[in-house]
Design a protein around this ligand. Structure first.
Ligand code: BES
Ligand code: ZN
Length: 459
């Protein structure tokens, strides 16, 4: 049966790319209010496509953007697989850096000379969701899926899944499954498909410094009044020590340390630091002393300024002491660190370090814990077989540094472990201009998804 399904996938390639491009044309930017109606349009469009595959679809309202929920006919005695993904995308800005427009998907050769589709969301996560849609379509055309599938595609992953918590808590029965499957991660490298068994968590904070009630001439007042931008810079400069460690009291207290075995396994992966630097056009790397680059990216907690504002931003010079300054700071967490505790430590440290005479305020943009899933289970074994079928190569096991905020809750509320089986590549420029998805990764991903459903039917 699987052979016929894979053949159907192969003969449907051109149409599958066309439909993916239709998906990519909808500017479903979850964080920008002006795209609210595009979010609805995107959910409806996806729902229609899934209906076309013979699934029963519900577009469920939440306190924010809608959730697309779809199921085949569930039969007793078969394993149920919850496939989670997201149809929302990151903002496309800065627009002038796109070689072709973000929401006009274009197929052209990438830097490695391979065909790829370029668009915002190409790989994160519409393209990877589409691998599953095409795999489901093929199975349905060949007589039906061998497992019970619940497809849960949300519209708020890129803004921390703020309303999905509530949805999951109130739809537990509908979401009951044996395992969760997520394709929203990467291969280790071109030619090195992977299963990811760990992700970092996240705490995202914004800090605001204000002083005088209006902007001041920097010649008349400079040196005699507190300058919010100066204060902000002083505070931010305290966040790391000279060893590249995060300088917040208690930050490392609960960190799950890497085991010697895991460090050995990371070291065995074919990671070339010179090539990594070269791809990023960097001459030096940076990070916590005592850890390798892969360890720093995948398994160590970190802190980075993600946005910085204050004072005059226009062309040329303006001599002014602005009355406010602010920064957006994200901290990536590893297992056992508690997002709430880290948020409190961040706030308290900055309050303690803040000089008198300015106001300091915070806004929290949410948090999620780090995650590791067991690698020795039956599902992992089956997933490895599916990858071998889809990519023609055995997978490596790796962790990743990014976050998928809802997975903690999927474990906690639904009791499900997640299989992270992603098809992207490290050079796909996710969250950046010129995001892309290699077409051969898209095809191999679709074949892998189809093979995975067959493998998981043995669970
Ligand atoms: N697909 C990514 C998660 C990811 C990134 C996995 C890199 C593996 C490697 C996901 O869509 C994402 O970007 N998540 C956000 C979550 C945040 C906005 C709460 C992230 O990690 O920044
Ligand atoms: Zn994503």
């Amino acid at each position: 049966m699987i052979d016929r399904v894979l053949q159907a996938i192969d003969s449907h390639r051109d149409q599958s790319i066309e439909s993916l491009c239709d998906f990519l044309r909808i500017p479903s930017v979850s964080t920008q209010l002006e795209h609210k109606s595009d979010m609805h349009r995107c959910a409806e469009w996806l729902g229609k496509q899934l209906e076309g595959c013979g699934l029963k679809v519900e577009i469920a309202a939440t306190g924010g953007h809608p959730v697309v929920l779809a199921k085949n006919e569930h039969r007793p005695g078969r394993p149920t697989v919850l496939i989670y993904g997201h149809y929302d995308v990151q903002p496309p800005e800065p627009l002038d850096l796109w070689k072709t427009p973000a929401f006009e998907p274009t197929i052209r050769k990438n830097e490695a000379g391979v065909d790829a589709v370029y668009a915002r969301g190409a790989v994160d996560d519409k393209g990877q969701v589409w691998c599953h849609v095409e795999a489901i379509r093929a199975w349905q055309q060949q007589g039906g899926l061998p497992i019970n599938v619940t497809f849960l595609i949300e519209g708020e992953e890129e803004i921390g899944s703020i309303h999905l918590d509530e949805f999951i808590k109130t739809h537990k029965a509908e979401l009951k499954a044996d395992i969760a499957v997520v394709s929203d991660t990467n291969q280790f490298a071109r030619g090195w498909p992977a299963i990811t068994y760990g992700l970092r968590g996240l705490v995202y904070m914004e800090v605001f410094i204000t002083a005088a009630d209006h902007d001041l001439h920097s010649g008349m007042f400079g040196g005699a009044v507190p300058n919010p931008a100066n204060v902000l810079c002083e505070l931010l400069a305290t966040l790391h020590d000279p060893d590249g460690r995060v300088n917040l009291p208690g930050f490392y207290d609960d960190v799950a340390e890497l085991t010697p075995r895991e460090r050995e396994e990371f070291a065995r992966l074919p990671f070339d630091e010179a090539e990594f630097k070269n791809e990023l056009k960097l001459t030096e790397l940076y990070g916590e002393t005592g850890y390798t680059t892969l360890e720093r990216r995948w398994a160590r907690p970190t802190c980075d300024i993600n946005g910085l504002t204050g004072g005059y931003q226009g062309h040329g010079a303006k001599t002014v002491i602005a009355s406010k300054a602010s920064a957006k700071v994200s901290m990536r967490l590893v297992p056992n660190q508690d997002p709430k505790k880290i948020e409190t430590a961040f706030k308290q440290a900055l309050i303690d370090r803040c000089p008198k005479g300015v106001q300091i305020e915070f806004q929290s943009h949410g948090g999620s814990p780090g995650l590791v899933v067991p690698i020795d289970g039956r599902a992992m074994e089956l997933a490895a077989k599916a990858i071998e079928r889809g990519f023609g190569k055995k997978p490596v096991f790796m962790r990743e540094g990014g976050s998928i905020p809802i997975l903690g809750l999927i474990k906690q509320e639904l009791g499900l472990d997640t299989l992270l089986i992603g098809f992207g590549l490290p050079d796909d420029r996710v969250h950046s201009p010129n995001e892309k998805f290699d077409l051969d990764a898209f095809y191999a991903g679709t074949r892998t998804a189809a093979a995975l459903y067959e493998e998981l039917s043995r669970l």
